[in-house]
Design a protein around this ligand. Structure first.
Ligand code: P6P
Length: 349
């Protein structure tokens, strides 16, 4: 007996179906949808993103219990390759990203802010053609004060056999990234990613243990009121940056926001518009932020959302690093706001 027209109408418009379909739009499914195919590369990237999501869930779970567990908060007493004091959470998160890719056959090498040399996963290396570059905990100084934090990641295809274990093929420009994004550990845990087909955000549903699609094809506003910079460095900046800061101070419509974790600050700018700056400072003209696993991944995301990322003179994604932990000045955000900063750097106004 054919279904009645009323039944067909009900099933097509059934509210449950729509919310069910949304809840089933997990990260792995979304990646395959992006490719509109089940090609080997689509399957690889879907699996890679699923492992990154697992890492995010493990870090989020640890952070949510940090104040209740021994050995989560505080410093290890060590100093990392960057010369920064290492938080216990830095090490935990660094190890999480390594662990989720073991026995995956996907990732042979991991390069991280916390490790001087890339980490190789031997069982994956004969076939694992992908490299993960990541900052396991961005803004770790926020850990002990329960403020927002992030993880930043980028995926690159390994080029050549890397027989000397120096991973020299990673020293290429940011346009070689095949995927990038960040995990924001805030009131909710969000994962934002791009594979070069737009920027999409997912929110962790703890009751499901899944990241669920929240927004597709995010477009950053062309202008926003937020400027995000550590003004404590004011007297260490070049005069052109000081002039820009004086401009936003005296111009109506600007507001300062700075959290100490750039994933949090840049996510705000992705949603509301504006500009984040970490310029070079007199003792360190190259800046503080690392190119390969901080600035380049975020630049990929922001450019895919219609924004810009530059040193003030060169686009971030065009920089070819000379070393794995190379630093770079960073000006990133809405097109008009980045251009305004560039105008001060390039011709003083
Ligand atoms: P400062 C965190 O260590 C970080 O890399 C970014 O997340 C953050 O924006 C910046 O450094 C904070 O550095 O010098 O302002 O404390």
């Amino acid at each position: 007996m054919a279904p009645s027209p009323e039944f067909i109408e009900l099933s097509n418009n059934n509210i449950t179906d729509k919310s069910l379909d949304r809840d089933c739009t997990t990260l792995s499914r979304h990646v395959l949808q992006q490719f509109e195919s089940f090609s080997p590369q689509a399957q690889d990237l879907s699996a890679l993103m699923s492992r990154i999501a697992l890492a995010g869930k493990l870090v989020a779970r640890r952070l949510s219990h940090a104040g209740l567990m021994e050995g989560v908060l505080g410093f290890t007493g060590d100093v990392n390759v960057q010369g920064e004091s290492v938080q216990k959470m830095d090490i935990y998160a660094n190890d999480v990203f390594i662990s989720v890719f073991k026995q995956s056959g996907l990732v042979c090498r991991l390069a991280s802010e916390e490790m001087e040399k890339p980490y190789y996963i031997p069982e994956n290396c004969p076939i694992g053609r992908y490299t993960l570059l990541y900052d396991p905990i961005d803004g770790s100084s926020n850990t002990d004060t329960n403020l927002s934090l992030g993880s930043i990641f980028a995926i690159r295809q390994q080029e050549g056999d890397d027989l000397d274990g120096e991973a020299k093929d990673l020293l290429t420009d940011g346009r070689k990234q095949i995927a990038a994004g960040y995990i924001l550990y805030g009131p909710s845990t969000m994962l934002v990613y791009t594979i070069g087909k737009g920027v999409h955000s997912f929110t962790l549903d703890p009751s499901l243990g899944e990241f669920i699609l929240t927004e597709e094809n995010i477009q950053i506003p062309a202008h926003g009121s937020v400027y995000s910079v550590n003004e404590g460095n004011f007297w260490q900046w070049d005069e052109s940056i000081r002039e820009y800061i004086r401009y936003v101070h005296r111009t109506e419509g600007y507001t300062a926001r700075y959290s100490g974790a750039m994933v949090s600050d840049i996510h705000r700018i992705l949603v509301q518009g504006g500009v984040f700056l970490y310029p070079g400072i007199l003792p360190k003209p190259e800046g503080k932020l690392r190119l390969l696993y901080e600035s380049a991944p975020l630049a990929f995301v922001i450019e895919q959302a219609g924004g810009r990322a530059t040193t003030g003179l060169v686009d971030i994604l065009d920089i070819v690093p000379k070393k794995l932990h190379q630093r770079t000045p960073l000006i990133i955000g809405s097109k008009k706001d980045v251009a305004k900063v560039e105008s001060f750097i390039q011709n003083g106004h």
